[in-house]
Design a protein around this ligand. Structure first.
Ligand code: 4AD
Ligand code: MG
Length: 466
């Protein structure tokens, strides 16, 4: 069969670019089929947009194949594009030829009723064929494009940082190990430890938690760079906002201090939200109707707001004076929990909040130490509903301060990190960057409440199927 002649349904329904009377060929999957003696209706979705196109067959008896076509089947419809007689659609196809390309039987799980997101996660191989996950996957693609456009238009270079790494950027120890050792017969050193020298890389290796450290190396050569790639964390936290594999966008700028970093983070988020509203109206309309009625307002509120910039010390004092009972304690020096972050952004300021200058003890080793010696130039961007969406900092560019701080954080292996220190030794410059969790951004844009539903095949504790 010739599949080269094909009209995408989006050309008809979204672009409105196919004139009435045109002979069209649509290739897609059957959403519903109704056959009576006089007429048959087949609704087909081809994935190019949310809308289905309806094929109308005037003489069902002349098309015996109809009795083999059921929901889920792949078909080809050929006919004239005509104005629809029915309600709710502008166009339909007066079908002259219908071909069954791939049959589906009644065991196809996506029959017309609505399914819970929990159920759909179990059949993640088929859920892209639903309206919701069609929309999620299309907007995910569009937003990836938006991210590249944003940075490319601003002179940032796209850098591919390694996925296999021998360093722990965040120092949190949530690492997935990469090894080719025989786990039933691991090579041992004389003192009984594991002999990593015998392993594939002759070193302990992991899946990266962040491309930042390598990103810094490139930024201090090319100026402005960004990464956009998968990152991995073996956090055993089964929440709606944590995935074990997620995609992160990490811009890194040489010659930039924390304020420049905040400016970029604010501008970037607003750009993405505006992009979704302006360039993805079909999907956004769907999310606003079926997922979260307030999603458009939520995004518009962020676009119109000026982000609050709040030192950590002030944030703690606001929380202490709030009179609110929190599950986790609030005290200077402790990390803020999601409930505290959400209280600040949702209740106190009702807009995004950038908390900065965190206590040195609770933040990663690479952040620039303030003159007070107690805080570092860290920043977290908190947004209503999701909480932390961005984490970043100005990096410590002073060699002596950095080595002191690394020792303080228990990193004494200066051989492993020698390359990281070298850029402080040769032409060191102030530099800053941050990481935006792509899925957190998508949750915000779509209104989807669970991170498992904004990535095609989520990886979370005890789940790596498909
Ligand atoms: O705050 P994080 O850990 O920062 C870093 O990794 C820095 N190295 C980034 C940088 O400065 N270049 O992570 C950054 C963001 C978080 O704000 C959050 O949006 C997302 O990554 N994130 C996760 N998203 C999904 N699942 C997880 N388990 C996540 N952990 C972090
Ligand atoms: Mg963080």
């Amino acid at each position: 069969m010739d599949y080269t002649v094909r009209t995408r349904v989006a050309r008809i329904l979204i672009d409105d670019a196919v004139p009435l009377g045109t002979e069209v060929t649509v290739l897609g999957w059957v959403r519903t089929i109704r056959v009576s003696k006089q007429v048959a209706f087949i609704e087909v979705n081809d994935g190019s947009c949310r809308g289905n196109i309806q094929g109308v067959i005037g003489e069902p008896n002349a098309h015996p194949v109809l009795s083999d076509i059921a929901t889920g089947a792949a078909v080809r419809l050929k006919g004239e594009l005509v104005e629809s007689q029915g309600k709710g659609q502008k166009y339909e196809i007066a079908v002259a030829e219908v071909t069954l390309v791939g049959a589906a039987d009644e065991s196809f799980p996506l029959q017309k009723k609505r399914h819970s997101f929990e159920f759909l996660r179990e059949i993640a191989h088929l859920r892209p064929r639903t309206n919701t996950f069609g929309a999620v996957n299309r907007i995910r693609s569009r937003m990836a494009y938006a991210i590249h456009t944003y940075y490319q238009e601003r002179g940032f270079y796209y850098i591919h940082t390694p996925i296999i790494s021998t360093s722990d950027c965040e120092g949190a120890g949530n690492l997935f190990r990469v090894t080719t050792q025989d786990l039933t017969n691991v090579a041992r050193t004389d003192d009984g430890g594991i002999d990593w020298d015998k392993d594939f890389f002759a070193a302990e290796a992991y899946l990266t938690v962040s491309g930042q450290l390598e990103g810094e190396l490139l930024a201090t050569a090319l100026g402005d760079i960004y990464t956009f790639g998968p990152t991995f964390r073996a956090e055993n936290s089964n929440t709606s906002r944590h995935a074990s594999e997620f995609w992160m966008i990490e811009p890194e700028m040489a010659w930039a201090e924390l304020e420049d970093n905040m400016d970029l983070a604010e501008d970037f988020l607003k750009y993405l939200f505006r992009y979704a509203l302006e360039k993805c109206p079909d999907e956004m309309e769907f999310f606003g109707t079926w997922v979260d009625k307030e999603v458009r307002q939520t995004l518009e509120a962020v676009i119109d707001s000026q982000f609050e910039r709040l030192p950590y010390t002030e944030a703690i004092s606001i929380l202490e004076k709030s009179g609110e009972t929190f599950e986790f304690p609030v005290k200077w020096g402790l990390d803020m929990q999601s409930e505290h972050e959400r209280y600040l952004t949702e209740k106190v300021f009702q807009k995004p909040v950038i908390v900065f200058d965190y206590p040195e003890e609770i933040k990663a080793f690479y952040m620039r130490v303030n003159d007070d010696g107690k805080t570092v130039r860290a920043m977290d961007v908190l947004v209503p509903k999701v909480g932390e969406i961005i984490g970043g900092s100005q990096r410590e560019e002073r060699l002596d301060v950095l080595t002191d701080r690394m020792k303080h954080h228990g990193i004494t292996d200066f051989e492993t990190y020698g390359w990281y220190l070298d850029i402080r030794k040769y032409g060191s410059v102030p530099h800053s960057g941050f990481g935006l969790g792509f899925e957190r951004a998508l949750m915000y844009i779509t209104g989807m409440a669970n991170i498992r539903d904004v990535i095609p095949f989520p990886r979370v504790p005890r789940w790596a199927k498909f």
